[in-house]
Design a protein around this ligand. Structure first.
Ligand code: MSK
Length: 662
């Protein structure tokens, strides 16, 4: 990578340490190992679906040994990545459904249903009868109905009915409503096997269906069941960055994506017997923090600090302060194992689906969750006396997280009058220009957090309300962007709305699975009225400025299939084939209303996003966006008004305090 590796001062500090100690990290390896220009789709395309290849196509009209053309190879590669991403998210959702089933059957004494209201609303969405039934009976049927959505062979997965009616009709007309979550993933692998589906447009249409099985299937079930089991998030204050590691407590870091074990570890670390045990080993207590989306899960519901996003995972170990890093699934670098061995850290894998050579494996089983969590916590405590010199950067920021779609509804009117009317009205009036979902990973090929933060700053400056998830949200949390104070940097209209409701202009909505919360928000906005009838009508965009994972491709594709213009940064896997790039941009737009584009320059991403938002405003017949129309109300004006001498105020009006002082 050229230029700075990260804008995060904590990371910069740790990289200096790496250099001094001669330790390699992904950020440094990115300098030594350049991406393959053909495999990346930049200057050609590579097919390796059979043993006659890999065939590398680098010249115009060149074909593979079997005659496969560049567009078909590109479609196969991209569709397979989308299927892998959909499989990862959905398998996560499936495991949560199994946990809910075990809870309902009374097989897991350590878990309980924390949000019965959410259970009821999910039951209703799934068409499950609730009147006069016990909570456990309803939960069991919800879990079984969720599980059947994975293996279903015909018909439609249940949450399709949650989308705006017009959107459902588009999907049905195109024949892309998922029949079953697993079925669509398997069919992608079948279609892209050597010598099968060999029409790029046809392959990519099924990729849309597969991604929908993720967004409106596995992921959405994952989010809903997590809320049922662990609580639906509401705003919560928390800390962010490596400075949240403790110098004199046992540090346990959870990393990956699942809330199941990490919630139990949280229970274990707050038990008096565990705290006493930590003290007996010379520590002041136990400090639980997280990385990546396991962190986001604990943050959203419990306010547990995040110490970093994807590219900070190796650096966290080098602080020498972590007694145990407990990992579950996804986005966990293999490099952690040799690194942990250089320090005193126990790297503990816990999923039956994810082992790492060199790590300790303590397999998680929800039937004995607390016992396993206590074993892990004890192991971390026992490791505390082995701690040597620590190197924790003194970098810390605060954030407000916890914006579920239920809370966003509630904050616009309270318990009885909650709705999306105020948000829609603010967009219609032009106070808010539009909305953007800025999500996704870090990528070692570009400066960490720079694209996320610059895109978000520009959007709010231009009166665009931003919702975030995943590592993008963590990036912004490290720079104070998730605090209400950031409204100072928002456009005048957006600031008025944030002041009136009391929210930051950037809302943290959760982990990468929780991108489905954004789908629900978009649906509620479309259903509320005044902004068209469909998600594709809304003045909104999706952006993944620093993406790297296959899950990001699946998320981007289900947003496109749901009608959203989605822009990916960093690099384009379709750069060498402009016709194919057109197929998933204008081609998809003509079919589903959303399009997928790749644009590495963050400034151009913002330009494209704003142009799209304005075009949607025009199509809806809304007033033209004017950055100076608003700003006459709000806290700042009250302050200015109070500073104005009474005689210079219109009508000589006085505040209550001034009247009382007289
Ligand atoms: S953890 S998928 S690096 S957002 Fe969800 Fe972060 Fe991307 Fe993993």
């Amino acid at each position: 990578m050229e230029g700075k590796a990260s804008i995060d001062p904590a990371v910069a500090c740790m990289l200096e340490y790496c250099e001094a100690e001669g330790i390699s990290t992904s950020l440094l390896r990115a300098e030594d190992m350049k991406p393959c220009p053909i495999g990346s789709g930049k200057s050609g395309i590579c097919c390796k679906v059979c043993a006659m290849g890999p065939c590398r196509l680098t010249k115009p009209d060149q074909v593979g040994l079997c005659g496969a053309t560049a567009d078909v190879i590109m479609a196969r590669n991209l569709a397979r990545s989308i299927a892998a991403g959909a499989a990862a998210h959905s398998d996560h959702g499936r495991d949560l459904a199994f946990t809910l089933l075990a809870v309902a059957k009374g097989e897991t004494p350590d878990y309980r249903i924390r949000d019965t209201q959410k259970l009821m609303s999910v039951a209703q969405l799934l068409g499950i009868h609730t009147d006069g039934r016990q909570i456990n009976q309803i939960a069991e049927e919800v879990a079984n109905r969720a599980l059947s959505a994975f293996g279903q062979q015909r018909g439609e997965i249940p949450y399709i009915s949650r989308a705006p009616r017009k959107r459902q009709e588009i999907w049905r007309k195109l024949g892309i409503v998922p029949r079953g979550i697993d079925r669509e993933v398997v069919e992608t692998l079948h279609r892209t096997h050597m010598g099968n589906d060999q029409d790029a447009e046809h392959i990519m249409r099924h990729a849309l269906r597969t991604a929908l099985a993720d967004g409106w299937g596995g992921s959405m079930l994952g989010t809903d069941i997590s809320d049922i089991l662990f609580g639906t998030p509401t705003p919560i204050l928390a800390r962010s960055n490596l400075g949240a590691l403790s110098k004199d407590e046992v540090n346990i870091v959870v990393h990956g994506h699942e809330p199941t074990l990490s919630e139990m570890i949280l229970t274990a670390v707050t038990m008096p017997e565990m705290i006493e045990y930590a003290k007996s080993k010379g520590a002041r207590g136990i400090n639980l923090t997280g990385i990546c989306c396991t962190a986001n899960e604990l943050l959203m519901r419990q306010g547990i600090a995040t110490i970093g996003n994807f590219l900070s995972q190796e650096l966290a170990l080098m602080t020498g302060s972590i007694e145990a890093m407990v990992v579950d699934i996804q986005c966990i670098m293999e490099a952690l194992a040799p690194l942990a061995n250089r320090f005193h850290t126990h790297l503990i894998t816990t999923s039956p689906k994810a082992k790492i050579k060199g790590a300790k494996h303590i397999e998680f089983d929800e039937h004995h969750a607390l016992d396993i969590a206590k074993e892990i916590v004890r192991m971390a405590i026992d490791n505390y006396p082995n701690r040597r010199q620590t190197n924790i950067p003194n970098v810390l920021d605060n954030m407000v997280a916890g914006f579920s779609h239920e809370y966003i509804n509630y904050m616009q009117g309270g318990l009885f009058r909650g709705s999306f009317r105020p948000l829609n009205d603010a967009i219609i009036a032009g106070r808010i220009r539009g909305a953007a979902g800025v999500v996704g990973c870090n990528n070692a090929r570009i400066c960490q957090d720079q694209a996320h933060t610059s895109v978000v700053r520009e959007l709010i400056k231009n009166d665009v309300l931003v919702v975030m998830t995943g590592c993008g949200a963590i990036a912004c949390s490290k720079f104070g962007l998730l605090l209400p104070e950031m409204m100072e940097h928002a456009g005048k209209g957006l600031r008025e709305v944030c002041e009136a409701i009391g929210i930051p202009p950037v809302l943290h909505m959760g982990s990468c699975v929780d991108n489905t919360r954004i789908l629900t928000v978009l649906t509620q906005m479309a259903n509320e009225g005044g902004l068209g009838e469909d998600i594709a009508d809304l003045p909104g965009v999706g952006i993944a400025p620093e993406w790297m994972s296959e899950k990001a491709l699946s998320i981007g594709t289900y947003f496109v299939a749901s009608g959203v213009y989605t822009i990916f940064g960093v690099t384009s896997p379709v750069a060498s084939n402009p016709e194919f790039a057109e197929l998933i941009s204008k081609g998809w737009e003509a079919q589903v209303g959303g399009k997928l584009e790749f644009e590495p320059d963050p400034a151009k991403i913002v330009e494209k996003a704003l142009a799209h938002i304005d075009a949607k405003r025009t199509a809806l017949g809304l007033v033209e966006y004017d950055p100076d129309r608003f700003g006459q109300s709000g806290d700042r004006n009250i302050e200015e008004w109070l500073e104005t001498p009474v005689e210079a105020r219109p009508g000589g009006a006085r505040s209550l305090a001034e009247i009382e002082a007289d």
